[in-house]
Design a protein around this ligand. Structure first.
Ligand code: ACM
Length: 478
C-alpha cells in the first residue's frame, strides 16, 4: 500500500495515520454535495476501475464530497478514517484536485477491495496556472489524440492546455470566412517534413474545449503573429507584402515570415481570427504568440501589438504572448521562454503589477532531449533530464520576478521531431510530473530524493494505461 503522501504533486501538508485506513468494498458508495455530481462521478469511476465494485453515487455513501469555505480556489482537504472518507473543498475544481490525489493512492485497475491509507491531507496550489503546451502546427494530432493527452496530464493537477494552432508550416483551426487557411495549410503535405493533413474544425475544437473543461482544464488557444505566419500567407497571398504567393515550408527554420504591419488587410484578417477564436473559447486567455518576429522591425512589432492587443480585449479575452510581447508595454501576460538569466521587459511588466508565466526552455521545454542519446527532440536549450526539470524555483528564476509576479508555470512541447502520440508521451513523461510538482507544491516540501521514489511507481501505471514514457536512469523504476 502507498503512504498517504506518496502522490505527485506532493501535497502541502500530510498527516498519515496508518491505523486509520479505509477499505473500498462492495458496499462502498460516494455521496455528492449539491453541485458536485460530475466530480462525484469522476471519483466513483476511479473507484470502480480500481476495484471492479459497483460504487454508486448515492445519498448515504461513506465517501463524502463536501463544499465548504477556507480551501481557496483549487485547494482541498482529504480525511481518511476507517468509517469514512471526507473530501472537502471550496469549489468543484478543488474537489477534482482531491480526486486526482485519491486516484493516485489506488491501483489503476483491479478486481477486489482496495485500501486508502489513513490520515489527513491539506493541500492547495502554489501557482494558479499550471500548463502544458502542445504544438499542433508542426505535426498535427487528432482530437482523439489530444483527448488522450488531456487524460494523461490531468492526474498531475495540470489545469491549462495551451494549443499552438498555427505556425509557418501549418494552420490547424478552421476560421469562418477564411476557409483556405485550413483547406490549404491544414491539407496534405503540411507540417515539418510535409507529413500531414490535419486541422480541427470549429466544432471539433469546441468539443475538445468542453472535454478539457469537464476535467477542469482551460484551453489556451495560440494564433502566432506577427511572425510564424508562412502558412497563412501560403493560403492568402494578399497577406504578403507584394501580394504574391509564397511556397509552403516544411523545414524547421524560424524568424523569416511576418504579417504586413502597415497593410489594413492584415488587421481585417487578424480581427476576424481573434473574434472567431474568442467566440469558440470560453476560457479567459487568448495567446497571440509574438515570438521570434525577426522579419519584423522593432518599431513595426510595437505598432502591430498596439493594434492587436486591444482587439484581444475587445473580444473579452486576456492576452498572453511569448515574452517578447512585453516590449509593447501594454497589458499582456508574458510567457518567459528563453534561457537568459534575466529579462528587462518581463521585469518591467511585473514592476507595473503584471504577472508572468514561467517556461524557461532549459527547465520546462519538453521537446529538449533528455540526454545525448535521445532519439527525439532538439537540444538548442541544452539537455533536460528529469532532475533539471525538477530542481528550480520559478520565483527565483528571473531577477525582479518574485512569488507574487508568477501566474504559473507551463511546459511547452514543440512537435518538430514528434510524429506520433507515443513520441509526445515519451517526451512528456516523466518530466511533466516534475514540472507539475514545481508548479503546485510549496518549495519547502519539495525534495528530489522523495520525488524520484514517488515517480518510480508511475512506470507500471503508465504501462497499464498504454502511455509511453522515457525510462530515465535517474529514476529507480519499480
Ligand atoms: C518559442 O520557443 N519560440 C517560444
Amino acid at each position: 500500500m502507498r503512504g498517504l503522501g506518496d502522490v505527485i504533486p506532493v501535497p502541502a501538508r500530510v498527516r498519515p495515520v496508518p491505523a486509520a485506513a479505509f477499505t473500498i468494498d462492495p458496499g462502498t458508495a460516494v455521496r455528492a454535495a449539491p453541485g458536485t455530481a460530475a466530480v462525484a462521478e469522476h471519483l466513483a469511476g476511479a473507484l470502480r476501475a480500481a476495484t471492479g465494485h459497483r460504487v454508486p453515487v448515492d445519498g448515504d455513501g461513506a465517501i463524502r464530497l463536501v463544499l465548504e469555505d477556507g480551501h481557496g480556489a483549487e485547494g482541498y482537504s482529504l480525511e481518511v478514517r476507517p468509517d469514512a472518507v471526507i473530501v472537502a473543498a471550496q469549489t468543484p475544481a478543488g474537489l477534482f484536485a482531491a480526486v486526482q490525489t485519491v486516484r493516485q493512492l489506488l491501483p489503476v485497475a483491479g478486481t477486489g477491495d482496495a485500501v486508502l491509507p489513513g490520515g489527513r491531507i491539506e493541500d492547495r496550489p502554489r501557482f494558479a496556472y499550471r500548463g502544458v503546451m502542445l504544438d499542433l502546427a508542426r505535426h498535427f494530432f487528432t482530437p482523439d489524440e489530444v483527448r488522450s493527452f488531456i487524460d494523461a496530464i490531468v492526474p498531475f493537477k495540470i489545469n491549462h492546455l495551451h494549443l499552438h494552432l498555427t505556425d509557418d508550416q501549418g494552420w490547424r483551426l478552421e476560421i469562418a470566412g477564411w476557409p483556405r487557411l485550413t483547406e490549404v495549410s491544414g491539407g496534405p503535405g503540411t507540417g515539418v517534413g510535409g507529413t500531414g493533413p490535419g486541422f480541427l474544425t470549429a466544432a471539433e475544437y469546441a468539443e475538445l474545449v468542453a472535454y478539457a473543461a469537464d476535467r477542469f482544464v482551460t484551453v489556451v488557444p495560440e494564433i502566432d503573429m506577427p511572425g510564424h505566419v508562412n502558412a497563412a500567407q501560403v493560403a492568402y497571398p494578399e497577406l504578403t507584402r507584394d501580394g504574391l504567393a509564397v511556397p509552403p515550408r516544411h523545414d524547421r527554420a524560424v524568424g523569416y515570415s511576418s504579417l504586413c504591419v502597415d497593410k489594413e488587410e492584415t488587421y481585417a484578417f487578424v480581427e476576424d481570427v481573434i473574434r472567431e477564436v474568442a467566440a469558440l473559447t470560453p476560457g479567459p486567455y487568448l495567446h497571440i504568440g509574438g515570438d521570434e518576429a525577426d522579419a519584423t522591425s522593432a518599431e513595426d512589432y510595437r505598432a502591430f501589438l498596439h493594434r492587436v492587443l486591444p482587439l484581444v480585449a475587445k473580444y473579452g479575452k486576456r492576452a498572453v504572448g511569448w515574452h517578447e510581447v512585453a516590449a509593447a508595454e501594454l497589458p499582456v501576460v508574458p510567457q518567459f521562454w528563453r534561457t537568459a538569466a534575466d529579462d528587462a521587459g518581463v521585469a518591467r511588466a511585473v514592476a507595473g503589477g503584471g504577472q508572468v508565466i514561467m517556461s524557461p526552455a532549459d527547465r520546462t521545454y519538453l521537446d529538449m532531449k533528455y540526454d545525448a542519446d535521445s532519439p527525439l527532440g532538439l537540444d538548442w536549450a541544452g539537455l533536460l533530464d528529469v532532475a533539471r526539470a525538477y530542481d528550480w524555483d520559478p520565483a527565483t528564476r528571473l531577477p525582479g520576478v518574485g512569488e507574487r509576479a508568477v501566474l504559473g508555470v507551463e511546459a511547452p512541447l514543440w512537435s518538430e521531431t514528434l510524429g506520433s502520440l507515443a513520441d509526445v508521451q515519451t517526451m512528456t513523461f516523466p518530466r511533466l510530473p516534475a514540472i507539475a510538482e514545481v508548479a503546485w507544491s510549496p518549495q519547502a516540501v519539495r525534495d528530489w530524493a522523495s520525488f524520484r521514489r514517488r515517480l518510480a511507481t508511475f512506470g507500471p501505471r503508465w504501462t497499464a494505461q498504454g502511455i509511453a514514457y522515457h525510462r530515465s536512469p535517474e529514476v529507480p523504476w519499480a
